[in-house]
Design a binder for this molecule. Structure first.
Ligand SMILES: Nc1ncnc2c1ncn2[C@@H]1O[C@H](COP(=O)(O)OP(=O)(O)O)[C@@H](O)[C@H]1O
Ligand SMILES: [Mg+2]
Length: 215
């Protein structure tokens, strides 16, 4: 069985991660590959409970460190129980948010030292980074507008943060991508979803041999 592959999707709220993950899943499945889709926070029963604390409006303000430790707790469960086993079984794992979200949100936007976030991951989690991270690029205003009109009546706890917070997330992602150009695939996320999907597939095919594709 071919070695599996771990691909993450990152980007501001409403950038189209959920939409594009579903399209990539269908494409890979049409090539006969085994694909699972998952998300953070979440991905396991405990992770889903932690998600409701992290995103619940009724929770109010959390200390940045509390957010970080909750993120790490759900990631530990998710990585050990879902992601690593699936990849070792040869599956493609498409994950909606991962390590870079902790860097962008708890680090760049909430003000925790990004290097300390890196260090704590290195100390407590298996060092496992995605083969590729698709960074969907959209102005924070436009993403929030889309998220607002996406059928959900209420913003979650993080979406409700001020525009300045979302700008720091956006800038944080760009800075992460500049430091690791070989891992990040930057894709403009405005325009026709199908065309965006084609760009993602073309970018991935250059980096990862997708069985059944041009190699
Ligand atoms: N390329 C696009 N152009 C316009 N609207 C889009 C596009 N991609 C997704 N959307 C819509 O924007 C909203 C947010 O998309 P979603 O995939 O849920 O983003 P995310 O998971 O990054 O928050 C949804 O209502 C979705 O249908
Ligand atoms: Mg989503």
């Amino acid at each position: 069985m071919a070695k599996g592959c771990f691909i993450t999707f990152e980007g501001p709220e409403g950038s189209g991660k959920t939409t594009q993950i579903a399209m990539l899943r269908d494409f890979l499945a049409s090539r006969g590959l085994e694909v699972i889709t998952t998300r953070e926070p979440g991905g396991t029963p405990a992770g889903d409970r932690i998600r409701s604390v992290l995103l619940g409006n009724e929770i109010g303000c959390l200390e940045p460190e509390t957010e970080l430790f909750l993120m790490l707790a759900q990631r530990t469960e998710h990585l050990r129980k879902v992601i690593l086993p699936a990849v070792s079984q040869g599956k493609f794992v498409l994950c909606d948010r991962y390590f870079d979200s902790s860097m962008a949100y708890q680090g760049f936007a909430r003000g925790l030292d990004p290097q300390k976030i890196r260090d704590i991951h290195a100390q407590f989690l298996p060092g496992f980074l995605p083969e590729c991270t698709v960074l969907l690029q959209i102005a924070p205003e436009q993403g929030l507008e889309r998220a607002r009109h996406g059928g959900r009546k209420q913003h979650d706890r993080i979406e409700s943060e001020a525009l300045d917070f979302h700008r720091r997330v956006f800038d944080g992602y760009n800075s992460l991508a500049r430091n690791e150009p070989e891992r990040f695939l930057l894709v403009q996320a405005d325009g026709d979803p199908l065309q965006i999907s084609h760009k993602i597939i073309a970018g991935l095919e250059k980096r990862i041999p997708v069985p059944g594709g041009k190699e």
